[in-house]
Ligand binder design. Sequence first.
Ligand code: FAD
Ligand code: AMP
Length: 475
Amino acid sequence: MSDQQFDVIVIGAGPAGYVAAIRAAQLGLKTACVDDFTGKDGKQALGGTCLNVGCIPSKALLDSSRQFWNISHNFPVHGISVEGAKVDLGTFIGRKDKIVKQFTGGIGQLFKANKVTAFYGKGKLLKGNQVEVTGKDGSKQTLSATNVILASGSVPIELPFAKFDGKAIVDNAGALDFTEVPKRLGVIGAGVIGLELGSVWKRMGADVTVLEALPDFLGAADADVAKIALKEFTKQGLAIKLGAKVSKAEVKKDGVHLTYSDKDGEQQLVVDKLLVAVGRRAYTDGLLAADTGVKLDERGRIVVDEHNHTGVDGVWAIGDAVRGPMLAHKGSEEGVAVAEWIAGKAGHINLDTVPWVIYTEPEIAWAGKTEKQLKDEGVPYKIGTFPFAAIGRAVAMNEAIGQVKMLAHAETDRILGVHMVGPGVSELIAECVVAMEFKGSSEDLARIVHAHPTLSEAVHEAALSVDKRAIHKGN
Ligand code: FAD
Ligand code: AMP
């Protein structure tokens, strides 16, 4: 096999693509991965959106900002007072950059260890499973493979009246790199990204206003969870305006002048920085030659079947570029499954049990169906709930907010959905995903020993509550 001939070429080294490449190489396939992301140091940075400007840096800033917020909002409850606490923003952002560098560099090392060949440049699928790679200097080379996996990810949606300028109007990448805390921060879109990054800057001292066009808060989440979360975020001082559709954003000397309409008519708001977080779109610009036969759907996503196959011989697609939730772990699991299918093994991906997590304070996490979905589908169900207010560990932590809500089939007791808002629920959801993947019932979780005192007791008690036998609350 020549240097330019591979068993598998992956285009995109985000959590979908790099995982697919590593798994393919583990299975003995000669693998290349082409990616064009440039890091803050001007060099190739593997890991895609997630590692560079998404999951990892946002969690780094969420954690730092939480430490700062705790000093004024949580320490006093414990009898601890700290006078004159300050944040050095250079260190705050620098810590995040160091973490990003550590993880993007780590992918390079994993590629070396697994003998994945990395190419730095823009990959374009040509007919006949060839991939043209255009380097940053404009040089071109053509690679070929038996199988090509498209993992080109997604990019932020830009509003035509609020174009990103990287200074006053920013996307997620810009909001991870402010050089000073904005006095007034406007956020368009109360989705996961808007809420997480809005929380970061609120905790750092900004006045944050979130404008959301839809009348309901977090429509994708269970309504009870969304209600509790909205109440808590509002208590923290996040001004969340629902039914507020932004139509204009003008950058002037004194800030960004926003025009939006709500039930009372047209409103104005002036902010120093504006984060536009109205969703992301599959990114396929320049990815496909005209004659490849790979199709895009009405939302610009690469069309695939349930095995992530595009219908073109040897061409697969995974991650944010295809249907399904735009989440890193969903893309990674698709990557593993496709590599295994290519190697003739039994790959597996179940989109019905992909967990969702929002890393706000309190955290939000869910898997499976919401109560509304079950009602709409006419599925008979039972509900079990348990509040963190009755969990000793949560009270000891001074974080006794929120609840676990479990939905089980009324006849079979099979767990259909679990919805949580509260401390540590990003970790607690894993137990429920395991139970659901094993087609478990609420009775199964109710009969399993959970350590005391832990937050996981809320899951146990919610499972008991499905059958009206929770111990530490009235049923
Ligand atoms: P991407 O990560 O977007 O990677 C695609 C890569 O392909 C990029 O490096 C891109 O430059 C490269 N590329 C594209 N086209 C080409 C081409 N033609 N040639 C060469 N290279 C190309 N998800 C979670 O699960 N948990 C979180 O906590 C979370 N937090 C987030 C926070 C923020 C602020 C954002 C923006 C997103 C977050 N996400 C989170 C979503 C997550 O980042 C995405 O779901 C995930 O990155 C998608 O992975 P991917 O591999 O499909 O694509
Ligand atoms: P998500 O797709 O989860 O990132 O959420 C993006 C949110 O932005 C959605 O809830 C949209 O309703 C909201 N949105 C989109 N356009 C506008 C707009 N012009 N004004 C206010 N909110 C918007």
